[in-house]
Ligand binder design. Structure first.
Ligand code: GDP
Ligand code: MG
Length: 598
């Protein structure tokens, strides 16, 4: 039977433990790509992924595996991202699989994301195959890691596979275990079509490409499909599989992982999590959807060049199809003009979206300081959700403000427990628990305000622990807190895009740091510029940018014409990212500098 020979699986791990390398080896071993086609980390297709060395988008690939007993198997592998911001991508790939390879670095052991991903896999009832990677390293301690897997995860690790993805050791055993341990998909090709959309992207020629897992039925070119959430119908133009590039097939049927193209032109016609069925013979019920990814962090994104507003809108719409967690709506700012309020899963997600917009869509952007969603109860009983400090009601109208709180787990070697506790303390954390996961390593649990985590928490944690700490967190609820809005005035005018919400006890410190930072990032101009921070009408910090005496060209002492030209060009380039606030020109960096105050 066809389905008996399919295995759908993913690889889950903490970042850098070797998912992508293992995926490369599996592709190589099964001869899916020839040596010449092999490039390191073939599944990390975005430039950004290669540069940062992290996987952002999940990327499916179909492997053909000939087992020792002469059977041919189709292995559908879905690589997943490991970073805390991209958990929702993991969850989506899991729903298309029956099993998961849990990869743990033999020299590092279990990290925060190992646990977070494992819990997600268990929620989806997946068969877990524990794999200990990097056994080639001198510092590898496979036995310690095995013990951790048993003690912390409660998984039988006696037959955990010991491999080196880099050296290609133990890869055959991995393939064997996939076939033996992961169950084949269930489903019925004679039932009405039910296909789960787990990802999608927009192709200029083929329209929207939907990545699907077929649960029941079959689909081929010519089938009229119906999207169950919207009722819209399309004729299928192409179906196929991933090699990892798109490879057309005659049909897809129950158990398969593949893609459907149907000349869908509107990105909103194909929602991730939706069920595709056959319009002529529809299923009665859709498949259970995914947990929707909820944005946690909001920020304003504005075109540096105001004429690019429509381009930005278009780019955001296209990006959203590929990135289900990105949300946006139009917003205007006195300082920045027309732009969008965008919601992200976290700061890394924000940075990635910003970079993708700039690179892939050739836009220049100004991004404002990120904010979490505050819940404000007004004295008249009205409750508001505020994701932009500008919309915060006046202090006298506010009964109380609540802010999102996260449950954070931090895994770190016991030497660094002190510095980590200090950091959590500084960030208004409340200690919950601490336990040893082996002799040298500790898991600390804290309740922390999300607002404290989005401002450089992870980087600070890394630097104070020499890169050894790992962090995972989930929003667990809201809590009343003494928060106030801090306004920034430049040359006497409030710059709305620079307002931030801070805890009362930290207002002075923050105000001082912000005005100092701004002083450094705004170039001198022909007149003196006061920079002030205020709570309501009360000024609590001030710096002054002195007036500039000489023109920038004066530095060139006549003579060198090319140098002068270069300077002028540089100035012009810089201007595009400047914003005129009253008489003052403010560069883009100023808006972002408020982020990094450490
Ligand atoms: P991912 O973030 O889980 O996808 O991890 P990668 O596959 O990108 O690997 C992270 C780093 O670990 C890369 O520098 C790899 O070359 C390295 N790596 C992966 N597997 C092994 C291994 O078996 N042994 C050693 N020594 N290094 C490995
Ligand atoms: Mg990777």
């Amino acid at each position: 039977m066809y389905r008996e020979h399919i295995r759908n699986f993913c690889i889950i791990a903490h970042i850098d433990h070797g998912k992508s390398t293992l995926a490369d080896r599996l592709i190589e071993k099964t001869g899916t790509l020839t040596q010449r086609e092999m490039e390191d980390q073939v599944l990390d297709t975005m430039d950004l992924e290669r540069e940062r060395g992290i996987t952002i988008k999940l990327q499916p690939v179909r492997l053909i595996y000939n087992s020792e007993d002469g059977q041919e198997y189709i292995l559908n592998l879905i690589d997943t991202p490991g970073h805390v911001d991209f958990n929702y991508e993991v969850s989506r790939s899991l729903a298309a699989c029956e099993g998961a390879l849990l990869v743990v670095d033999a020299s590092q052991g279990i990290e925060a994301q190992t646990l977070a991903n494992l819990y997600l896999a268990l929620e989806h009832d997946l068969e877990i195959i524990p794999i200990i990677n990097k056994i080639d390293l001198p510092s590898a301690q496979p036995d310690v890691v095995k013990q951790e897997i048993e003690d912390v995860i409660g998984l039988d690790a006696s037959d955990a596979l010991l491999i080196s993805a880099k050296e290609g050791i133990g890869i055959d055993e991995v393939l064997k275990a996939i076939v033996e341990k992961i169950p084949p998909p269930e489903g019925d090709e004679n039932k009405p079509l039910k296909a789960l959309v787990f990802d999608s992207y927009y192709d200029n020629y083929k329209g929207v490409i939907a990545f699907v897992r077929i649960k029941d039925g079959m689909v081929k070119p010519g089938t009229i499909i119906k999207m169950m959430s919207t009722g819209r119908e399309f004729e299928v133009t192409e179906v196929g599989t991933f090699t990892p590039s798109l490879k057309p097939l005659n049909q897809l049927q129950a158990g398969d992982v593949g893609y459907i193209a149907a000349s869908m032109k509107d990105v909103r016609d194909c929602r991730v999590g939706d069920t595709i069925t056959d319009a002529k013979n529809p299923a009665s019920e859709p498949l259970p959807g995914y947990k929707k990814a909820t944005p946690m962090v909001y920020s304003g994104i504005y075109p540096a060049d105001t004429t690019q507003y429509e381009d930005l809108k278009d780019a955001l719409e296209k990006l959203q199809l590929n990135d289900a967690a990105l949300v946006f709506e139009p917003e205007t700012s006195v300082a920045l003009g027309f732009g969008f309020r965008c919601g992200f899963l976290g700061l890394l997600h924000l940075e990635i979206v910003q970079e993708r917009l700039e690179r892939e869509y050739n836009l220049k952007l100004i991004t404002t300081a990120p904010s979490v969603i505050y819940r404000v109860t007004k004295t008249n009983g009205e409750v508001l959700e505020i994701s932009n400090p500008v919309n915060m009601p006046k202090p006298q109208e506010i009964e109380y403000i609540e802010e999102p709180i996260v449950d954070a787990s931090i895994i770190v070697s016991s030497d660094f427990v002190g510095p980590v506790m200090d950091l959590c303390q500084e960030r208004r954390g409340i200690y919950v628990n601490m336990n040893y996961i082996d002799i040298n390593r500790v898991m600390l649990q804290y309740k922390l305000p999300l607002n404290e985590i989005i401002f450089d928490f992870f980087n600070t944690l890394k630097s104070r622990t020499r890169g050894y700490a790992s962090l995972d967190y989930q929003v667990s609820g809201y809590q009343k807190s003494d928060l106030i809005k801090l306004d920034i005035l430049i040359n006497g005018e409030v710059v709305d895009a620079l307002s931030v919400i801070v805890h009362k006890d930290k207002a002075y410190e923050k105000a001082r740091k912000i005005v100092e930072k701004l002083k450094d990032s705004i170039p001198r101009q022909l007149f003196e510029i006061p920079i002030q921070a205020a709570i309501g009408n009360k000024i609590i910090a001030r710096e002054t940018i002195k007036a500039m005496r000489k023109d920038v060209l004066a530095k060139c002492y006549g003579g060198d014409v090319t140098r002068k030209k270069k300077l002028l060009e540089k100035q012009k380039e810089g201007k595009k990212r400047m914003r005129q606030i009253g008489k003052v020109e403010i560069p883009q960096e100023a808006f972002m500098s408020v982020l990094k105050l450490e």
